[in-house]
Design a protein around this ligand. Structure first.
Ligand SMILES: [Zn+2]
Ligand SMILES: [Zn+2]
Ligand SMILES: [Zn+2]
Length: 152
């Protein structure tokens, strides 16, 4: 049982299947009031790839975009919002949690915040893995109850 890991791509010569050239080719920066035509929802950001990775979050699992309460557009992250929008970012309001506010960049389906919170880091529609680290800054994107992060 000697499975060799495919992830050992230390040598560029052997890594034909992961081409950085292809990944950067499809990246687009979109500023308001435009929206990225590749997505079914109003979406903007910096160097966004076809699965909503961006200039700031580009791991394989960084494939969700979040909707902001201030302008009701989706962005891959808050830094994308701050880079192209002309106003401070506001999280999605709690009284609109029944509306879609999360986009899976892999399949293009949207989720409500409660659906996203319950999905355990996998898309309910296509099964794509989401970044579990996003939990740590959920309050940037959603007006959630102030629990352990209750400061000042
Ligand atoms: Zn905004
Ligand atoms: Zn970003
Ligand atoms: Zn999906």
């Amino acid at each position: 049982m000697e499975n060799r890991s495919d992830e050992d791509t230390g040598d560029a010569t052997a890594a034909d299947h992961t081409s950085d050239g292809d990944r950067t080719a499809d990246r687009r920066t979109t500023e308001p009031p435009a929206a990225d035509p590749r997505f079914s929802v109003p979406l903007r950001g910096v160097a966004v790839d076809p699965e909503t990775r961006c200039a700031h979050w580009e791991d394989p699992v960084d494939v969700v975009a979040l909707r902001f309460g201030c302008c009701e557009a989706f962005y891959p992250c808050d830094r994308c919002h701050d880079a192209v929008a002309d106003h401070p970012a506001e999280p999605w309001p709690r009284d609109r949690f029944s509306e879609p506010a999360v986009l899976c960049g892999v399949c293009g389906e949207t989720m409500t915040p409660p659906e996203y919170f319950a999905c355990e880091d996998f898309c309910p529609d296509c099964g794509a893995a989401f970044n579990p680290g996003c939990r740590a800054h959920r309050d940037r994107y959603f007006e959630v109850g102030i629990d352990e992060s209750n400061r000042e």
